[in-house]
Design a protein around this ligand. Structure first.
Ligand SMILES: Nc1ncnc2c1ncn2[C@@H]1O[C@H](COP(=O)(O)OP(=O)(O)OP(=O)(O)O)[C@@H](O)[C@H]1O
Ligand SMILES: [Mg+2]
Length: 350
């Protein structure tokens, strides 16, 4: 059981706001991912939940109990740090075992628990080594094993997979989600990798410059971004954002014309359309008329970059699609998947 509430959390250093107006209610057993660019306040927020950093204002509650004045060691959380923080003089076995000793877990259980955790992160053969004799990825997995060796109320994980190669990352993602579901432990996970956020989270918290931009399920964040920052942060390649003019339900920009937009807004707007909602078309009536600027076949999909005026627009084309550079190309937009944002403040209009 652990519900975590962050009520109006502020963290300031001098005049600099590290974290500002953070409000979130994390449900028991929930997997919440904080996502945002470098420096947006993810680690700081996590360190405040752990008790390693004190908020200037606001309340942190666990299961209804205010934690602000509770010492880090008295909060039942296990944290995986961004830089692993393994003890260099201890073997990997002793590193993983450390929390069991600290928490007074009966000695006869240690060996079984350490080996089980090591097995989950595929480190069974490395238990005798010192951290210095491991690769970055192996150290990261050791840090993960140390967090999961006992069952805390809360897991806090700060970019635990950032040093792994793509294949191992994917495998570990599945592993982390599986472990979290099996142990039913409330988890707060920090990353700047949107794929990690989308695949792991029950809910994603998107941060920018210390402030929350949106909180929602992966589907909500993907389908209903509240502003251009969120729209542009999720998706790979990200949503195309095209500046233009809206008049009488018709959007116009260089090489782009979209009709039938249900909005009463007139004037300058930003139109958003995801690369996967664009289709190469034979019709000159299609929404986008431009030229082929780039073509990247990847096997399962072909990334097509279309130049229209001075704008480059990304399209996920069929995997068999091929074209010469600079030839004219038409692209249709899925009419149900068009977004309109305010050009000034980036807020979603429609
Ligand atoms: N002790 C400190 N004193 C002053 N500023 C700090 C301190 N710790 C962090 N900051 C600043 O607060 C902001 C948020 O830092 P934080 O470490 O939370 O970012 P982050 O989102 O985790 O970034 P990254 O993805 O790079 O790890 C940054 O601009 C950082 O420079
Ligand atoms: Mg960080």
């Amino acid at each position: 059981m652990a519900r975590i509430e962050l009520n109006n959390i502020q963290k300031k250093w001098g005049a600099f706001w590290g974290v500002r107006d953070v409000n979130i209610d994390i449900k028991d057993e929930e997997f919440v991912v904080f996502l945002g660019p470098s420096g947006c306040g993810k680690t700081t927020t996590m360190r405040m939940i752990a008790g390693l950093e004190e908020p200037n204002e606001g309340e942190i509650k666990m299961d209804g109990e205010v934690m602000n004045d509770i010492d880090a060691r008295d909060r039942d959380v296990a944290m995986v740090f961004q830089g692993y923080a393994l003890y260099p003089n201890m073997s990997i076995y002793e590193n993983i075992r450390f929390p069991l000793r600290m928490r007074g877990v009966p000695k006869d259980q240690h060996d079984g628990l350490v080996k089980k955790a090591a097995g989950l992160v595929e480190l069974t053969d490395y238990l005798d080594r010192k951290p210095s004799a491991l690769s970055g990825g192996q150290r990261q997995r050791a840090a993960l094993a140390r967090a999961i060796v006992r069952e805390p109320q809360v897991f806090l994980m700060d970019e635990p997979l950032s040093n792994l190669d793509a294949k191992l990352r994917q495998a570990m993602r599945v592993q982390i989600k599986h472990i979290q579901r099996a142990l039913k432990i409330t988890t707060v996970y920090v990353t700047h990798d949107q794929i990690e956020a989308m695949t792991l989270a029950d809910r994603i918290v998107i941060m920018q410059s210390g402030m929350i931009q949106q909180i929602g399920t992966p589907d909500e964040i993907y389908n209903d971004p509240t502003n251009t920052f969120v729209a542009n942060f999720i998706g790979s390649p990200p949503m195309n954002l095209i500046e233009g003019t809206l008049s009488d339900g018709t959007f116009v920009a260089d090489g782009v014309r979209v009709t039938g937009i249900e909005s009463t807004t007139e004037g300058k707007v930003t139109l958003g359309v995801r690369p996967e909602d664009c289709t190469v078309s034979a019709s000159t009536e299609a929404e986008l008329n431009g030229t082929v600027y780039g073509l990247e076949p990847t096997g399962d999909v072909t990334y097509l970059t279309v130049k229209a005026g001075d704008k480059l627009i990304e399209v996920k084309a069929d995997r068999t699609y091929r074209a010469d550079l600079d030839v004219p190309v038409q692209v249709a937009f899925d009419p149900d998947r068009i977004y309109v944002f305010d050009s000034e403040d980036g807020k979603r209009i429609q």
